[in-house]
Write a protein that binds this ligand. Structure first.
Ligand SMILES: NC(=O)c1ccc[n+]([C@@H]2O[C@H](COP(=O)([O-])OP(=O)(O)OC[C@H]3O[C@@H](n4cnc5c(N)ncnc54)[C@H](O)[C@@H]3O)[C@@H](O)[C@H]2O)c1
Ligand SMILES: [Zn+2]
Length: 686
């Protein structure tokens, strides 16, 4: 970016931030998420660092909050109320500690202690005490001048009107955070709804809205609380460290946060941060990070301030898990079994450090429940590696409601939903009824076919499958094995993304997989209810592919021997056997499998040994296995006639626990299940 472009971007960012500030601080009604806001600020700081001449005196990076409105009287802060700099990563924390030491000319070996405590997501307030009596309360405002909300603050139980104990300075200004607990927030919103008023978006906005009421009686009825954590003007010092100061505040009758601790290294600070992050959901009030402060007050004094934040403190922000964004479109994806899954296409937004541009809407019922339509503002959530979800509509657009298609969006075949045999209710999932004649189902079936757990063909992924399918070169699994023979006409080495070597590599990878066990072939077909376990059970039952193939036509008769004997297998149900039969009822499916089998050398599957020491036993594997992969362990156990389960229950006979085993191990121990190490397991099975 050149200086000119940077100038424009800086101006734009400043404008965006200022307007967000006004909505957030003055109206208590933000229009963008905190994560979005933080991203704008971060970008502005980066640009101003790169182009220092673009820093204007009125830049949002040089100031705090917004100027007070005329709604309340004004209070001048004799000690400015500042904001905090942010750290977003562990590295930032290490840098911060190093920066503090450098500033103080302290060697690496010497210790500078820091406190760590939760960053309460409320709004800050200053309480002035004269001779132990509460005389004035103010908001932060723009840091220099705040609003006089004495009467409102006086209504809080956690704001002492008279300090307890003794030894307080004659003039003492205590600062801290006003907030609302989760329980109180829910109650408050329920009564907002009952009286026909708008709900508050989150506890912070509810607290800010409640505190900045013209009528203190309204504030008095709101469940506001106050945590004390710092101070402003004082007539004389009252402590030597942050830790000591907070302890004295507690003595004088203030709530202080019980999670605060002192640390001597960035590693300990970060460990504490993780501890608080994990405790977050159970605290009962919102926090949005951890604040670290230099413990020694004389060092704090030496470190002083930069424009809007102290040099001796930093806020280590939590990754935001939720964010608000806009639904640009709703697409319907067709899966391998024809299921229609609606996906919201979003205006991209960073959630927990990851850009999210799609979120699942699960099914038609969920769309109806949420009432979501194209153009709506929605709140989304991302947790771990799962697909982001839409939680709720924040602001509805005036567009038409979303109509769930009655035809497959890919092949236009009619859509239907199954009826649950037990409940007689319509399944929430709608499916395309066109089977493998639907291009979407065909491609997804092929993708499943080549995937790791099935044919495991290196170099063939979704993208390649799509290309081959579109060119008409792979329409069914058997075509994959014919590619090499047809390459004179295909000339794969001339395709974009392929060279001579990668083409040969792909053909080799395909040929390597011609020899394959019976159960994998069955699993590769992607038949509903015939997953890995059932494929294995069926394969073990027949032993050889040819025996199975001879029995296939008889499966159309539900009282035939093969049908009944499959039903008799422990673990197989009507759904699986019925689905297997109806798959082969289709002429084209039958032909597809026949073509495939011609290309393969199918290995027999041995029936489980009933004389093995673990035959008929139920085994659970947990932890990190070091002697074999999870798949291998499972296959081995099954071939010895053991049942492998994913969870510990009363039926479990053995738990094989590798290093790092957690909840399953605890549960097994509690249930008196025999726990074996990997070596013990190997000895047992011989
Ligand atoms: N969504 C929006 O439109 C929008 C607009 C403006 C600001 N914001 C949000 O507000 C924040 C910026 O506001 P800010 O300038 O108040 O900075 P800040 O909230 O990130 O940090 C400073 C504040 O933290 C508070 N705090 C809480 N616990 C504390 C503790 N234990 N010790 C010290 N301080 C503690 C204090 O009130 C202090 O003023 C950002 O997180 C931003 O996401 C959002
Ligand atoms: Zn279709």
């Amino acid at each position: 970016m050149n200086s000119d472009q940077a100038k424009k971007r800086v101006a734009w960012l400043s404008r965006e931030i200022r307007s967000a500030d006004a909505l957030y601080y003055q109206d208590d009604n933000p229009a963008i998420s905190d994560a979005e806001y933080d991203a704008l600020r971060k970008e502005l700081i980066a640009l101003e660092t790169e182009f220092p001449h673009l820093v204007r005196k009125d830049s949002p990076t040089q100031s705090v909050g917004v100027k007070p409105t005329g709604k309340f009287g004004k209070v001048k802060h004799s000690v400015p109320m500042l904001s905090l700099d942010n750290a977003f990563s562990d590295e930032d924390v290490v840098d911060f500690c190093a920066r503090v030491k450098r500033f103080l000319s302290v060697s690496d070996k010497e210790v500078v202690a820091f406190t760590a405590e939760p960053k309460i997501d409320g709004l800050s307030a200053a309480l002035r005490y004269e001779n132990g009596k509460f005389v004035k309360g103010a908001t932060r405002g723009d840091g220099q001048v705040g609003e006089d909300i004495t009467a409102n603050l006086a209504t809080l139980d956690t704001v002492p009107k008279q300090l307890k104990g003794q030894g307080w300075p004659d003039v003492l200004e205590i600062r801290g955070e006003v907030y609302i607990s989760h329980v109180d927030f829910d109650t408050m919103n329920a009564s907002q709804v009952a009286s026909g008023k708008a709900e508050y978006k989150n506890p912070r906005n509810a607290a800010a809205g409640s505190l900045r009421q013209i009528d203190p009686c309204v504030t008095a009825a709101r469940p506001l609380k106050f945590f004390a954590y710092t101070w402003g003007e004082i007539s004389e010092p009252f402590a030597e460290t942050q830790t000591e100061a907070v302890a004295r505040m507690a003595d004088w009758g203030f709530d202080v946060n019980p999670q605060m601790r002192r640390h001597e290294s960035p590693q300990d600070m970060i460990a504490h941060y993780i501890e608080i992050l994990n405790a977050r959901a159970g605290l009962g009030y919102d926090i949005d990070g951890v604040v670290y402060k230099v413990d020694d007050l004389s060092l704090q004094e030496r470190l002083g301030f930069v424009s809007r934040a102290p040099r001796w403190a930093i806020a280590h922000k939590f990754p935001a898990e939720k964010a608000i964004t806009i639904v640009k479109d709703i697409d319907i994806q067709v899966g391998r079994t024809g299921s229609l899954t609606p996906v919201a296409r979003l205006t991209p937004i960073t959630v927990g450090g990851v850009v999210v541009s799609n979120a699942t809407l699960h099914n038609a019922d969920e769309i109806e429940r949420l009432g979501v339509k194209i153009g709506d503002s929605v709140e989304i959530q991302r947790a771990g590696d799962v697909i982001p979800q839409v939680l709720r509509v924040v602001k509805a657009s005036d567009g038409p409601p979303f109509i769930f298609p009655t035809q497959c969006p890919v092949c236009a075949a009619p859509v239907s939903s199954d009826v649950d045999e037990k409940t007689g209710r319509q399944d929430v999932v709608r499916r395309c009824t066109n089977g493998l004649s639907c291009p979407a189902q065909a491609v997804q079936t092929l993708v499943h076919f080549v995937s790791r757990q099935v044919f495991d063909i290196d170099g063939l992924g979704e993208r390649q499958i799509e290309t081959f399918y579109e060119k008409g070169l792979i329409k069914e699994p058997a075509d994959i094995f014919a590619l090499r023979a047809r390459n004179d006409e295909i000339k794969l080495e001339t395709w974009e993304g392929f060279g001579e070597t990668s083409a040969i590599k792909l053909f080799d990878a395909i040929d390597e997989r011609r020899t394959i066990p019976f159960d994998r072939v069955l699993y590769s077909l992607g038949i509903r209810h015939v997953g890995r376990t059932n494929s294995r059970l069926i394969a073990q039952h027949f032993g050889q592919w040819d025996r199975f193939w001879t029995a296939v036509p008889e499966l159309q008769n539900p009282v035939s021997d093969p049908y009944m004997s499959l039903l008799g297998i422990d673990g197989m149900g009507q759904a699986a056997v019925g689905s297997l039969a109806s798959f082969f009822a289709s002429q084209s499916n039958h032909a597809i499998v026949a073509n495939l089998v011609q290309q393969l050398d199918i290995q027999d599957v041995e029936a489980p040994r009933s004389d093995s020491p673990v035959a008929g036993k139920t085994v659970v594997f947990t932890g990190k296995l070091e002697r074999f992969s999870r798949d291998e362990a499972k296959a081995r156990a099954q071939s010895l006639g053991a049942k492998v389960s994913g969870s510990v229950s009363g039926k479990t006979d053995y738990l094989v626990a590798g290093p790092g085993a957690g909840s399953k191990l605890k549960k097994a121990e509690a249930a008196g299940v025999t726990v074996l190490s990997e070596d013990e397991w190997l000895t047992l099975i011989g």
